[in-house]
Design a binder for this molecule. Structure first.
Ligand code: AMP
Length: 583
């Protein structure tokens, strides 16, 4: 696919036309002085004129801030445009420019899909403990004060390449990714998800950057605001700090290194503060993930400065990081050869230099969304229903337990159309114990099936297999007692396989099929949990709902009304493969 990638800043528009298959750039450039000398419309029109001979199929727009709303790349319509606009207060410098570019491009290319790719999206599912600032919760909620994180496109791109290079599944790896350019951030990617990142509500937090300070005692900000005023403090922290502020010789590390070699002490200090901060974050993120398998360095500094890499990576032997000095000095990465391993052959942690290519990632994400096969669309929570122990009966069992020709009477309808909890109850009797008053669900079925939790099994003294509904052959025996008689079943007792009911339209929206195994994450409570091996069951008569038993609900501290988020496994990924074997 030919994708035009637009990165619209407040004063410039960067653009590139990329072929997503081979990754080659067909054309590209930067239009400067947008805003004063020419409008965004003029800039986009000029780009389209230059690209007139190229069959542009999709436009991918880089959008800095997706706020709470966007977890993934989105096809742009008026509602998405409005939601991006709603994030302007969170990124007052970036989002208005991104929007101006989107509006101009949609006007000038109305027949092509436009896709927004967000810098924040990778981090949208960070755990609460990582997203939350220790502030008064009400104030934080009112102003949206939390860590969003940025550089997601780059971290995701280099992590993918690192996993591919190592011949490992991203979901098996704990990666610390350092994007060290003029902007700089660290990201902890655990099993493919961002679980921590150094930039926060704005791109000012974290590592030392070209002109941005990164981490500070908030007391420093208060003092500066009092002494200099808010605007001057903003200017100081964003534009006159970081490497530039420390060194006094500008924000380009090459100049600073030259000065340092000539004995400039401020330049030397700038380099050591930069490296120290990076090393500190590597250690912190290894602690956050309980270890690290790979460290990835990218961005102008990460890709090009062997000297800075050496400084950052020293004294990390205790983690299993062992730098091969020669490989480090020799490492040269490019779009054609994007990965260089700079670790010693037997180092437990692989240290990789990876050439980032944010435009290519944006182009590929945009193409995926346009084709309709992106991994995840809008996060659509899946309602979770907690199934207490229950029994399904056949005609014969009904006759024995409740009397010849008796019928189930509706106690309460269930969410799945036609299903109901009946007024009838039975007792379960096992070799060790009994459970009284177990609800019978209707209507009657072709075979009896009794579904209990593991805890119930201990009480009864039985060992039931985990089965999908209907697969009772060879399952555990159980005795049922009803008001009119007792029935021993040689098989029929199961522990239900957790599953999601959904319609064909739901399945399409989630990109799954009947029989797929997926993962569902529940978060936001005190016992966040990801359920693996969740079976997808598709039928047009189903209502969207995940069913788990009481043990599973308790493990995640769920109560009625809970919802989870479906996590996708890339086709062919290890998760999918092992789960498919279990089917
Ligand atoms: P980026 O924002 O990723 O383009 O990174 C730009 C920054 O990378 C520059 O400001 C330099 O500080 C740094 N950089 C690029 N090339 C080198 C190099 N060969 N050695 C040291 N730093 C470099």
């Amino acid at each position: 696919m030919q994708v035009l990638v637009i990165n619209c800043g407040s004063s410039s528009v960067k653009y590139k036309v990329l072929d997503t298959t081979g990754g080659e750039a067909r054309l590209g450039g930067t239009i400067e002085r947008v805003g004063d000398e020419r409008s965004h419309d003029d800039a986009i029109a000029a780009i389209l004129e230059e690209a007139a001979d190229l069959p542009i199929e999709v436009v991918g727009h880089r959008v800095v801030h997706g706020g709470e709303a966007f977890h993934d790349a989105q096809r742009i319509d008026d509602a998405v445009e409005a939601a991006i606009e709603a994030c302007v207060p969170l990124a007052p410098l970036h989002n208005p420019a991104n929007l101006a570019g989107i509006r101009a491009a949609r006007r000038l290319l109305p027949d092509v899909p436009h896709v927004a790719v967000f810098d924040t999206a990778l981090h949208a599912r960070m755990p609460r403990r990582a997203k939350t600032y220790a502030l008064d919760a009400e104030v934080a909620g009112k102003y949206g004060l939390r860590r969003y994180g940025f550089h997601g496109t780059s971290h995701a791109y280099v992590a993918d390449l690192a996993a591919e290079h190592l011949g490992r599944d991203l979901r098996d790896l704990r990666i610390v990714s350092l994007h060290l350019g003029n902007g700089a951030s660290a990201c902890a990617l655990e099993l493919g998800s961002s679980v921590e990142t150094s930039m926060g509500m704005t791109p000012l937090e974290g590592l030392v950057m070209g002109t941005r300070s990164g981490d500070l005692d908030p007391g420093v900000v208060l003092l500066l605001a009092r002494e200099l005023g808010v605007e001057a403090t903003d200017e100081l922290l964003n534009r006159r700090s970081g490497l530039a502020g420390l060194s006094g010789v500008g924000n380009d590390l090459r100049d600073i290194q030259r000065e340092a070699e000539e004995g400039n002490d401020r330049a030397r200090l700038a380099i050591t503060v930069f490296a120290h901060r990076c090393r500190k974050y590597i250690g912190a993120y290894a602690a956050v993930m309980g270890g690290v398998d790979a460290i990835v360095l990218t961005g102008g500094i990460g890709e090009n400065s062997a000297e800075m890499r050496r400084r950052i990576l020293q004294r990390l032997d205790f983690l299993g990081v062992r730098l091969d000095e020669d490989a480090n000095v020799a490492a040269k990465v490019s779009d054609a050869r994007p990965v260089a391993d700079i670790s010693e052959a037997h180092a437990r942690v692989r240290t990789l230099v990876v050439a980032t290519n944010e435009e290519l990632r944006i182009a590929r994400q945009a193409a995926k969304v346009a084709r309709g096969d992106q991994d995840v669309k809008q996060p659509r929570p899946i309602p979770i229903a907690i199934s207490a122990r229950h029994a399904h009966l056949d005609r014969k069992a009904m006759d024995v337990l409740f009397g010849e020709g008796s019928e189930l009477t509706v106690y309460r309808p269930l969410s799945q159309p036609g299903q109901f909890a009946s007024e009838q109850r039975v007792n379960l009797v096992g070799p060790r114990g009994r459970i009284e008053g177990v609800r019978v669900l209707g209507p009657l079925r072709r075979a009896c099936q009794v579904e209990v939790s593991r805890t119930d099994e201990f009480r009864l003294g039985v060992d039931a297999p985990i089965r999908r509904s209907g697969q009772v052959k060879g399952s555990a025996p159980i005795t049922l007692e009803g008001p009119k008689g007792t029935l021993h079943l040689d098989e029929g007792l199961i522990c239900a396989w957790r599953h999601i009911h959904m319609t064909t339209a739901d399945a399409e929206a989630y990109g799954v099929q009947d029989g797929d195994m997926v993962e569902v994450t529940v978060s936001g409570g005190p016992r966040d949990l990801t359920f693996g091996d969740v079976l997808v069951r598709v039928k047009d008569s189903y209502a969207l709902e995940m069913h788990i038993d009481t043990d599973e609900a308790n493990a995640a501290e769920l109560s009625p009304g809970a919802a989870g988020e479906l996590i996708y496994s890339e086709p062919g990924s290890k998760a999918t493969a092992t789960l498919q074997r279990k089917r």
